[in-house]
Design a protein around this ligand. Sequence first.
Ligand SMILES: C[S@@+](CC[C@H](N)C(=O)[O-])C[C@H]1O[C@@H](n2cnc3c(N)ncnc32)[C@H](O)[C@@H]1O
Length: 300
Amino acid sequence: MGNKLSLVRNKKRIGNSGNVKNFDTETNHSHSSNNEFYTVPVRFEEFERLKIKHFVIKTVFEENFSAPIKDLLINGCRVLDIGCGPGTWILDLSSVYTQSSFVGLDISLMFPSQIKPNNADFVVADARNELPFESNYFDYIHLGDMGYCFTEYEFDHVVIPECIRILKPGGWFESQETRRFINNSGPCSEKLVSLGEEFLKTLEIKPSAYSQNDLKKNPNMTNIKEYVKQIPLGSWGGKIGEEFAETFLIALPYFVERDTEENYLPFEEMNELINKIPLEISECNSSVDCVRTFGQKKYS
Ligand SMILES: C[S@@+](CC[C@H](N)C(=O)[O-])C[C@H]1O[C@@H](n2cnc3c(N)ncnc32)[C@H](O)[C@@H]1O
């Protein structure tokens, strides 16, 4: 199956949000991107965080996807990962399912542009705009941890409809996200979650992770299901808990910057709160739910 992006429909943006100018699928050059909604900035720790998280979630679910697409992948199909980050998900799958072709799309150039499997391609594009693909093109579209990247309006009125447009009839859509609350939280993580909620409200981001109830609102989708796994946070959960806590803790200092900037809490107080979290999540046996929601595009 060819993996050339000759399917690019146009490079024109629709909508009015974002600072992304243009993308170039030939060179993979990111021209300018300033993703104001993705609340953790692109920096080295973020690459590492996303990679660790990928392997933790794959281990917990025992697979990179939950939609029933294994046979499609084995026989050869077209796959798109929106918000692919460093491309870990794409690289992992494309080296196993060599008959299928994979495209990773991200607003930032974090993915490999030269050294990659032949059946993997990457493009820089803003998913808040019209996606640069023909209608009815992909067999499977994946969104991993994208809940913080779009406003609720963008999610419901641009991103999901665009995914469905470029999905083939009978093709599968899947979203994977962690829920916005901590199970068995202590006072510090509870406080942090409630500060996070306030912060997300100011950005008009959906207050909860994308779920089957959201997908069921779409009349073009059928066979909708949701799988939830609890991922331990902290050493009480063994190696998985330690690694997952690391992905959580790496992101916290940014919280200090953002939340104190917004004056939710004085810097010292926020710092003190965050310093107490590693011990607290371990003592409380805290965990986070990871949700996979998937559905199939109707044939008619
Ligand atoms: C939390 S990371 C998730 C990365 C990867 N999917 C994963 O599960 O590890 C969110 C990714 O979405 C990208 N992103 C944010 N806003 C975007 C947009 N408007 N269009 C395309 N990608 C976007 C970010 O650059 C980042 O790589």
